[in-house]
Design a binder for this molecule. Structure first.
Ligand code: TYD
Length: 143
């Protein structure tokens, strides 16, 4: 199982420049309930550092780039997100950290749920215990 799911969105370019549209349940696998964006990130900053119980998210660097660390409890993978049409799916129960933001980075994030602090798992050891229990359950179900 791979923890990185990057897709290329359709880029509509003409003599005026480029446009990318993202429609819920069309270009992303979920209905979009919330949009936020991260910008002006200072050098050396790491953001994220949590997983969600239920929320699905989809991240696009509409400008610049940043590095993601994605961890599902079984594998931990680094991935550089770059290009205004590249989208990264952040599924529930995936620990994610973002760092090494370029000075011009604007990281747009779409989510299928409203902001709810109760949906966050911010303690890595708690995340690992939950993720490994879940993977164990899945393994038993498919064995
Ligand atoms: P935080 O969770 O620290 O961001 P990150 O995961 O990138 O490190 O969020 C920063 C602040 O913004 C915090 O006070 C919570 C608030 N916030 C919202 O109000 N709505 C949102 O959708 C998000 C993601 C954060």
């Amino acid at each position: 199982m791979c923890v990185i799911h990057e897709t290329q969105l359709t880029q509509r370019a003409d003599g005026r420049g480029s446009l990318v549209a993202i429609e819920g349940l069309v270009d992303v696998s979920f209905d979009i309930k919330r949009v936020y964006y991260i910008f002006g990130t200072r050098p050396g900053v790491r953001r994220g550092c949590h997983a969600h119980h239920r929320t699905n998210q989809f991240a696009v660097c509409v400008s610049g780039s940043c590095r993601f660390v994605m961890d599902d409890g079984l594998e931990r993978v680094e991935h550089r997100l770059s290009g205004s049409a590249a989208g990264l799916l952040i599924e529930p129960m995936v620990w994610h950290e973002m760092d090494d933001f370029s000075p011009d980075c604007v990281l747009l994030v779409l989510a299928d749920a409203l902001y709810d602090r109760a949906d966050y798992i911010a303690d890595y050891n708690q995340f690992l215990a939950l993720a490994r229990a879940r993977h164990g359950d899945l393994h038993r179900l498919t064995a």
